[in-house]
Design a protein around this ligand. Structure first.
Ligand SMILES: CC(C)(COP(=O)(O)OP(=O)(O)OC[C@H]1O[C@@H](n2cnc3c(N)ncnc32)[C@H](O)[C@@H]1OP(=O)(O)O)[C@@H](O)C(=O)NCCC(=O)NCCS
Length: 379
């Protein structure tokens, strides 16, 4: 085989930094996060989309690469509604799981089960099906495991309102829906984070979207990634008041603990999504007449962390109190991330397959060599 720069000899392999820090492993046209604190979806700044667009418009943009016309958006929304109901067989799997199972484990199992029953669909229909069903699954996986009845999606509601409605059984107010939709927009897509990379690795083997998404969900669950929003809220409740923030942060850092909702591989100075969420939290608390205790608590933890480590908040830190204020159960925070990020995963799945090369890196072997086999009776 000819040795070229694209096909180096094994002995010329490059040892990438741990965690692939600073290494680009593919090209993308979907989104870009930059160290200067900017984020674009298909070239549009996140701040503009956050202010002006709906979740469905942004989802179409991420999937199709352009903003939809009014007619295209209408058809897109109709198709999501038409595919939103989940087959009873998938709910049977969910009902069989332990009542104390974590919603992320239940969701991952349900997506896997959904795949097993939709293999006859075209790849395009499979993607639309999983995107449309994800909010229904997130809500009803939580409900069914706890013995509550499933709630069918309401075709009169948009994706964000529907998810809130199916979780609580009550149709949400206009401002709450709008605020929740803003967070879903922020969670939609984020270039080559750990779960999206996982999705692309699995896609590169030519596995289907359900297999790729199940793997994506597994990666998302970890507290260093999607699980951070749940962990951040637990921490905020543990801190309790703004006055206790500094001591809590100092104690945690001196014990070598990580403070959840802080730090990012790309954004070392500011995460633009966190700034947008922070302002949104303030508005939401005002609108709901909740007082500013929670906001002051968050700001105090943020200030203590900045003073101690100069590490900024990431999206999960302010998303968590927003979800909490919207009365969303804490274990559903990470599944909600998935209900939105599934769109980004699908776009990356397609981009991977459009110019596929199997992900198969190498490793530097540092273990023992040329050992002689010792028969079991002599060990
Ligand atoms: C997201 C994260 C994994 C990025 O990590 P990374 O790019 O690999 O950077 P590192 O983990 O190497 O962090 C660099 C330094 O900052 C510290 N650091 C980073 N995030 C920290 C946090 N949340 N709390 C305390 N210290 C943190 C690390 O301990 C490390 O310190 P050191 O150089 O003294 O060892 C990391 O910031 C983190 O664990 N954050 C908490 C979990 C979280 O909120 N995840 C959601 C991300 S959107």
């Amino acid at each position: 085989m000819e040795i070229t720069s694209e096909n180096p000899a094994m002995e010329e392999m490059i040892r990438a930094p741990d965690g692939l820090y600073g290494v680009a492993v593919t090209d993308t046209r979907i989104s870009k996060s930059s160290a200067d604190g900017t984020l674009t979806y298909r070239g549009y700044p996140i701040g503009e989309l956050f202010e002006k667009a709906s979740f469905e418009e942004c989802a179409f943009l991420i999937l199709e690469g352009r903003l939809p016309s009014r007619a295209e958006l209408g058809r897109f929304i109709e198709e999501l509604h038409a595919r939103a109901a989940v087959p009873e067989k998938v709910y049977d799997i969910v009902r069989s799981l332990p009542t104390d199972a974590h919603p992320m484990d239940v969701l991952r199992t349900a997506v896997s089960g959904l795949g097993a029953s939709e293999m006859s669909l075209s790849p395009r229909d499979q993607q639309y099906s999983i995107i449309a069903k994800m909010p229904t699954l997130v809500a009803n996986c939580y409900r069914l495991v706890r013995g509550m009845p499933a709630i069918e999606p309401d075709p009169g509601l948009d994706q964000a309102s529907n998810l809130l409605y199916m979780l609580s059984g009550t149709r949400p107010g206009k401002f709450d829906s709008w605020a929740f939709e803003r967070e879903l927009i922020l969670y939609l897509e984020h270039d080559l984070n750990a779960s999206t990379f996982t999705v692309r690795v699995v896609a590169s083997t030519l596995a289907d979207i359900y297999a790729s998404s199940t793997a994506g969900l597994a990666a998302l669950k970890g507290p260093l990634h999607g699980g951070a929003n749940e962990a951040a809220m637990q921490m905020l409740l543990e801190v309790g008041t703004a006055e206790r923030a500094q001591k809590y942060v100092q104690d945690a850092l001196s014990q070598g603990k990580k403070i959840m909702g802080f730090g990012h591989r790309v954004y070392k100075k500011v995460d633009p999504r966190s700034q947008l969420s922070k302002a949104l939290l303030r508005r939401l608390l005002e609108e709901d007449g909740e007082g500013d205790d929670l906001y002051r608590l968050c700001e105090a933890v943020e200030a203590a962390m900045w003073e101690a480590k100069k590490i900024p908040t990431n999206l999960d830190f302010y998303a968590a109190p927003i979800f909490y204020t919207l009365s969303i159960p804490i274990p559903v925070f990470t599944p909600i991330f998935a209900a939105s990020r599934i769109v980004g995963w699908a776009a990356h799945y397609n981009e991977q397959l459009a110019r596929n090369k199997l992900f198969r890196p190498d490793s530097v072997y540092v273990g023992p060599k040329e050992l002689a086999y010792v028969p079991i009776e002599k060990r």
